[in-house]
Design a protein around this ligand. Structure first.
Ligand SMILES: Cc1ncc(COP(=O)(O)O)c(C=O)c1O
Length: 448
């Protein structure tokens, strides 16, 4: 491969640094990369160590049985959920944590605590899971999408300020893939415009910005413990904050507008509420799963950094860059860009298919949410027309154009999931060898 010795110092990660990197001999010897791609009848790597998920043992079983036999299944009056909240707050280095029924509930609760409603605008990235958008629409607030920084896949912080209007009430950045958004810029915009920052850290358990855990930097952080997440209890979530009054308001909102006489939360303010409570079963699972969190995070990080070093040597494959303040990514997703001009013009779907034949699951990731019929239809929703008027909703459709995101998601973006990063280091080499093999045979694969 002609550019094997080329050095690309793109500052992919603060931890990677810019030292000399030599491709492992497994690939230099061409073990896999000289073979025929599996899609063309060649052999795929025989076994992958991609982790089964969830990972659990007897400790999960015994804690679930303990809750079962206690007869105390709900959080009201329970001891397990407060114990989890204490542990999670300690892990994040925040004053308070409130466990809730999902990541969506965490976001929705914070919006309720801040009394976001019709007429309010909230700024969110376009490259995110649809829940970030849905919680705003549930409140009849106007979601204002900001374009994506193609190099990082994160919200383009340089485009936030121009999206702010007199109706903007919150900035809601997302740490997509578990990597931090550009928090220095976002925090300073929030300060300048006196806007609270709610971090959607649903994918970012253990991610860090300048040594501080994600979800601890703004007014509140939202976490998801849904099945695919790095910390998993099937469905669950948490709110983290250093503002204890804010957590009290969140508690009240998520508990039908009522404080908890038997809790330390007291009665918060507010005129609206619902039930978004966690159960003791979820909390006990979370406590058990937390015992493996640090080790798993370390493995993901080490593998991702190693994979990036190798990927940076392959023309046309570019790992998502991390901002300078990043001290750790949670690597819920390993995001990277594909440039077909280095693969004989092979389309992204064909590249994904070729990887799948090698036994490597790879996904194109999120698309153009602003262009989804589901989202565009909001401009015709009768409630929205009543609150905002036809002119403003038409204008909204124009405001939410995101050309960079269009470019990224239409042909370049790809990701691997976090469970793949729990595999042995040798699998990262096998993935790289498979990509190189596909590249070498790209011309035939295009014809396939
Ligand atoms: C960025 C983001 N926000 C919000 C959510 C919602 O979390 P949950 O599925 O726990 O409701 C998710 C979960 O996938 C997410 O990835």
């Amino acid at each position: 491969m002609k550019s094997m010795n080329r050095r690309r110092f793109i500052g992919n990660s603060v931890k990677i640094g810019a030292g000399l990197f030599v491709m492992p001999t497994i690939m230099m010897n061409g073990m896999d990369s000289n073979n025929k791609p599996a899609l063309l009848g060649g052999k795929s790597a025989s076994a992958w160590g991609f982790s089964r998920w969830p990972i659990y043992d007897k400790s999960e079983e015994s804690s679930l049985v303990k809750v079962l036999n206690s007869g105390q299944w709900g959080r009201l009056g329970g001891q397990v959920s407060p114990a989890f909240e204490k542990e999670y707050a300690k892990l994040l280095g925040v004053k308070s944590c409130l466990a809730v029924s999902s990541g969506t509930s965490a976001l929705y609760t914070m919006l309720g605590a801040l009394d976001i409603g019709p007429g309010d605008e909230v700024i969110i990235p376009v490259y995110t899971f649809v829940a970030t958008y849905n919680v705003l629409v549930q409140n009849y607030a106007l979601p204002v999408f900001v374009d994506t920084d193609m190099e990082t896949f994160q919200i383009d912080a340089n485009k936030i300020e121009s999206a702010i209007t007199q109706d903007t009430k919150i900035l809601m950045p997302v740490h997509i893939g578990g990597s931090p958004a550009d928090m220095d810029k976002i925090l300073s915009i929030g300060k300048k415009h006196k806007l609270p920052i709610i971090e959607d850290a649903c994918q970012a358990v253990m991610g860090e910005w300048k040594g501080e855990k994600l979800g601890s930097l703004g007014l509140g952080g939202a976490f998801s413990f849904q099945s695919s997440k790095n910390l998993n209890c099937a469905e669950g979530g948490a709110i983290t904050s250093n503002d204890e009054d804010f957590i009290k308001k969140c508690y009240t909102f998520h508990n039908q507008g009522q404080g908890g006489a038997s809790t330390s939360y007291g009665t918060g303010a507010g005129t609206r509420g619902t039930n978004l409570r966690i159960t003791e079963f979820q909390s006990t699972l979370l406590l058990a799963q937390m015992s493996r969190l640090a080790e798993q995070a370390k493995t993901r990080s080490e593998n991702a950094i190693y994979l990036s070093k190798m990927f940076n040597e392959i023309p046309g494959i570019t790992p998502a860059k991390l901002y300078k303040g990043t001290t750790n990514s949670a690597y819920h997703l390993y995001m990277f860009r594909y440039d077909k001009s280095h693969f004989a013009g092979m389309s992204r779907p064909r590249f994904i298919q070729a990887l799948a034949a090698e036994g490597i699951p790879c996904d194109a990731g999120y698309g153009q949410m602003n262009k989804d019929l589901y989202v565009q239809g909001l401009a015709k929703n009768p409630h929205y027309l009543k609150v905002y008027g036809e002119h403003k909703m038409k204008e909204w459709l124009e405001r939410i154009n995101c050309p960079q995101n269009d470019k990224l998601t239409s042909e370049q973006s790809l990701w691997f999931t976090q469970t793949m990063l729990l595999a042995p280091k040798s699998d990262m080499e096998k993935i790289t060898a498979a990509v190189m093999k596909i590249q070498k045979n790209a011309a035939q694969l295009v014809k396939y």
